[in-house]
Design a protein. Structure first.
Length: 385
C-alpha cells in the first residue's frame, strides 16, 4: 500500500497546480480591471490646462508656457490679455489682448505643448492672463493668471446681479450663398443658438455683440438687438444675422458676446468668388482685342489705296524756241503750254464730223525735233554714195 500511495500523491499535486495558477491570474485580473476604466475615465475627463514658468514679468521679457489635456495635433493661439481673470475669462474678447505679439503652437500626439512667449502689454489694464485657445476644430480655451510688471491695474466691471445668459447648445451657421456671392456679393449667414437665463430676473430685448475675425486678426464687433424676453430659468432660440464684406473669402471666426463676455465662437469657411476671377480674365482678353481692332481700323483708314495712287501735278516744261537756221513749219500751232517737238494737226474748216458738226478734235502726234528733221541741205544715207 505504501508503494502505491507514494506515486499517487505526486500525481494529485501536479493535477491541482494549473488550477491554482489560473485562480491567481483571475484574482489579479479582477484587481486590475476596475483600475483601467477609472484611468480611462480620468483621461477622458481631462480638461485643457496651462501653466507658466513665471507668474510675473515685464515688457520685453519671456516666459515658457506649458499645456496639457488638449486635442492631439491641435493648432492653438497664445495671447496675453488684460481685463481678464481665470473665473470670468477674457472680458471684451480678443480686443483686450496683445494680438500682434501672439504666437501659434501645435500640440503633440499626447495633447501637450511647450513654447516660449514674449511678454507684451495688452491694450487694456490688468488683471491679466495668458489666454490659450484653439484656432480650428472644436473650441476650447484655458487661462493662467499672469502679472505684467509696470502695466496699470484697474478694477473689473461689475457683473449684473440680474439676468445672466449662457449658451445651452452648440452654435451653428445656417443659410447658403447665392449666385451673386460667386461674383463678389457679401456672404451672409444666420447665427443660431439656444441661450438660457441663469439669473434671478428676466432679460428683455438683450443686445448681443457679433464679431467676425479673419485669421489671427482681432474681431470686428457689431451690436445687434434680439427682440424678446427670456424669463428667469428659461431658454430661447436666438437667430442673429451675420454678414461679411464684399469679396470676402477664407477662414473666418464668428464670436458672440453678451455683457462683455464671449459666449460662443463658430468657425466659418468662405469660398473664393471665382466669378470675379473669371471677369478679370475675360477683361484682360477682351480689352486688348478691342484695342487691336480699333488700331487696325485706324491704320486701314489712313493708309493710301492701291487703285488710287496719289495725284501729282506735273511741272510745266520750259518753253523752247526754234533754233537759228531751222526752217519754219506751216500748218503747225503751238499751245501756250505745248512742249517743243509736238505738233497739232487741225482739219480743214469745211470738214464736219459724222453728226454734221464741225470737227474740233486735234491730234497730238510725235514729230521730229528741229535738230533731227531731214532737210534739203543734209543728204540722207539711203542711196547716197
Amino acid at each position: 500500500m505504501t508503494g502505491q500511495a507514494g506515486p499517487a500523491a505526486p500525481r494529485g499535486g501536479a493535477h491541482h497546480r494549473p488550477a491554482a495558477l489560473c485562480a491567481a491570474l483571475l484574482m489579479a485580473l479582477l484587481t486590475v480591471l476596475p483600475v483601467l476604466p477609472a484611468a480611462t475615465a480620468v483621461a477622458a475627463d481631462a480638461k485643457p490646462a496651462v501653466s507658466l514658468s513665471k507668474q510675473q514679468a515685464g515688457k520685453g521679457g519671456e516666459i515658457t508656457v506649458k499645456g496639457r489635456g488638449w486635442r492631439p495635433g491641435a493648432l492653438l493661439m497664445m495671447l496675453i490679455c488684460g481685463r481678464s481673470t481665470t473665473d470670468r475669462g477674457v472680458i471684451g474678447g480678443t480686443n483686450s489682448c496683445a494680438n500682434a505679439e501672439g504666437l501659434a503652437v501645435t500640440t503633440d500626439a499626447r495633447g501637450a505643448f511647450r513654447k516660449k512667449l514674449p511678454v507684451a502689454e495688452p491694450p487694456v489694464p490688468c488683471p491679466c492672463v495668458v489666454h490659450v485657445a484653439t484656432v480650428t476644430g472644436e473650441p476650447a480655451t484655458a487661462d493662467a493668471a499672469f502679472v505684467v510688471a509696470g502695466h496699470p491695474i484697474a478694477a473689473l466691471p461689475k457683473e449684473d446681479g440680474g439676468g445672466r445668459l449662457a449658451v445651452l447648445a452648440t452654435t451653428r451657421l445656417e443659410g447658403g450663398s447665392g449666385v451673386l456671392t460667386w461674383f463678389g456679393a457679401p456672404p451672409a449667414r444666420r447665427l443660431v443658438l439656444t441661450v438660457g437665463n441663469l439669473g434671478s430676473t428676466p432679460v428683455k430685448d438683450p443686445v448681443f455683440g457679433i464679431g467676425t475675425a479673419h485669421g489671427v486678426f482681432a474681431p470686428q464687433w457689431e451690436e445687434q438687438q434680439w427682440r424678446g424676453t427670456i424669463p428667469s430659468g428659461g431658454k430661447a432660440r436666438v437667430e442673429l444675422p451675420v454678414e461679411l464684406t464684399a469679396g470676402a473669402h477664407g477662414d473666418y471666426q464668428v464670436s458672440l458676446r453678451y455683457g462683455g463676455k464671449v459666449l460662443a465662437e463658430q468657425p466659418w469657411g468662405v469660398g473664393r468668388p471665382w466669378g470675379v476671377t473669371l471677369f478679370w480674365v475675360l477683361l484682360c482678353l477682351v480689352v486688348p482685342a478691342a484695342v487691336f481692332r480699333i488700331g487696325m481700323a485706324v491704320v486701314d483708314k489712313v493708309r493710301p489705296r492701291a487703285g488710287h495712287p496719289a495725284r501729282r501735278t506735273p511741272k510745266p516744261a520750259p518753253k523752247r524756241g526754234p533754233k537759228r537756221g531751222a526752217p519754219a513749219r506751216s500748218g503747225r500751232r503751238k499751245g501756250p503750254t505745248e512742249p517743243a517737238g509736238h505738233t497739232e494737226l487741225t482739219e480743214p474748216a469745211g470738214h464736219t464730223g459724222p453728226a454734221g458738226s464741225p470737227a474740233t478734235t486735234t491730234a497730238a502726234l510725235p514729230w521730229f525735233t528741229p535738230d533731227s528733221a531731214p532737210s534739203e541741205n543734209r543728204p540722207t544715207t539711203k542711196g547716197h554714195s
